[in-house]
Write a protein that binds this ligand. Structure first.
Ligand code: G3P
Length: 221
């Protein structure tokens, strides 16, 4: 399972990209709203793409099909490598169908049920983003929905890539990988938190302490 970072913050993205563990970036209007309002979105996105180079999802904000297509064309005019992120609404499915005919990659976002995922795949989506945390917040079972999607994909031989999105904690990453998600897109804080283990820190501290003793002995002999 690949890891993407779910962020529009260039410092966070630079740090995580330097670790060599991410294959792409997903953004959304809420993440972009947290960044410097004086920097145009296209500049932020271009910089992010320069840092990571792999997948980058950029979301449209129109709610009608023609508006979504116009926005997709605009996004692609400044970043031809972009994947167009489209909300899971009927007008969005129509936009995905049209974009997929032109072989433009799409990521259908705000997917909360297996049937929505199936509809997005049938419309030609390249990716579907299943929102784990928001399902959990609403009293549903995010991982359960993801498992159902993955099972349907397996039985039906569907090629659309499953993204585990709205990831809130390290166990979401583990469970998404076990369920068969192709990608988990993870916020910076959760990504960094998931790399840490108290036994790693304690073990390293002991190794360094022992290495220092040995150096002292070598010097005094
Ligand atoms: O990028 C979409 C998704 O990952 C949003 O997550 O935490 O706002 O539910 P969250």
């Amino acid at each position: 399972m690949q890891l993407f970072i779910d962020s529009a913050n260039r410092d966070e993205i630079r740090t995580v990209a330097g670790l060599g563990i991410i294959a792409g970036v997903t953004t959304n209007p809420s993440l972009l709203a947290k960044e410097d309002p004086t920097t145009p979105v296209e500049k932020i996105i271009a910089e992010i793409h320069q840092i990571v180079g792999g997948h980058i999802s950029v979301e449209v904000v129109s709610t009608d099909t023609d508006g979504m297509i116009r926005e997709a064309e605009e996004i692609l005019s400044w970043l031809p490598e972009a994947t167009i992120k489209i909300p899971m609404i009927p007008a969005g499915l129509a936009a995905v169908a049209r974009l997929s005919q032109q072989e433009i990659p799409t990521n259908v976002t705000l997917v909360f049920s297996p049937v929505q995922a199936l509809a997005a795949a049938n419309a030609g989506a390249t990716y579907v983003s299943v929102f784990l945390g928001r399902l959990d917040d609403a009293g549903h079972d995010g991982i359960g929905v993801l498992e159902d999607v993955a099972e349907i994909w397996d039985v039906q031989g569907i090629e659309t890539q499953i993204i585990a999105a709205s990831v809130r904690h390290p166990m979401h990453i583990v469970r998404a990988a076990k369920a068969g998600a192709h990608i988990a897109t993870v916020p910076y804080k959760v990504l960094m938190q998931s790399l840490k283990h108290p036994l790693t820190d304690a073990g390293l501290e002991a190794f360094l302490r022992d290495a220092a003793k040995r150096q002292v002995q070598t010097v005094t002999v």
